[in-house]
Design a protein around this ligand. Structure first.
Ligand SMILES: [Zn+2]
Length: 167
């Protein structure tokens, strides 16, 4: 009952991923309709229900657009798990302060990049100019687009693709 279910707003915009249990609750209260099943059924003593994969709210909600939390995981994801100095794609990445903290560099999206241990070590506590190093991309705060928020679920839930595309 903990499998993820994609929840769409009444206008079909993906807004949330909830548990199967919550999705079934919304369906039973007629607050949502089943758009995609594809996962078999749930048997209870009294009835048999479709196991939902995608559901749609029967009314519009206006959730605030979320901001992406500043975490190491999200920085690596934004940078496509690629060292922003040498372009190496690796699972052993660190987060580097482009302008070092002791020189007043901030701990914010626009000053943080994924860096492989070798590049991070090479740069040390220096600025880009001092280290003679360059960034592959100018780092920015990622926008919480539908694809950014829910794209990570697609490898396990390919059937969501059509619902996420185009937003
Ligand atoms: Zn590197």
């Amino acid at each position: 009952m903990n499998g993820p279910v994609l929840l769409l707003n009444a206008n079909y915009e993906p807004i949330h991923v909830c548990s199967t249990k919550r999705a079934v609750g919304l369906l039973l209260m007629n607050k949502a309709e089943l758009l995609l099943n594809g996962r078999g059924v749930i048997r209870t003593p009294s009835t048999t229900l479709a196991r939902p994969s995608v559901i749609r709210l029967s009314y519009m909600v206006h959730p605030p657009r979320p901001r992406i939390k500043l975490t190491k995981r999200e920085i690596l994801r934004r940078d496509s798990y690629t060292c922003q100095y040498c372009g190496q794609r690796t699972t052993h990445l660190t987060v580097d302060h482009v302008r070092p903290r002791h020189l007043g560099g901030t701990h914010w999206w626009d000053n943080l990049v994924a860096a492989c241990p070798a590049c991070n070590h090479r740069k040390g506590g220096r600025t880009l100019a001092e280290a003679h190093m360059w960034l592959m991309h100018q780092p920015r705060e990622p926008q919480a687009t539908v694809f950014y928020l829910f794209g990570g679920y697609l490898s396990e839930n390919q059937e969501w693709r059509a619902f996420i595309a185009g937003w």
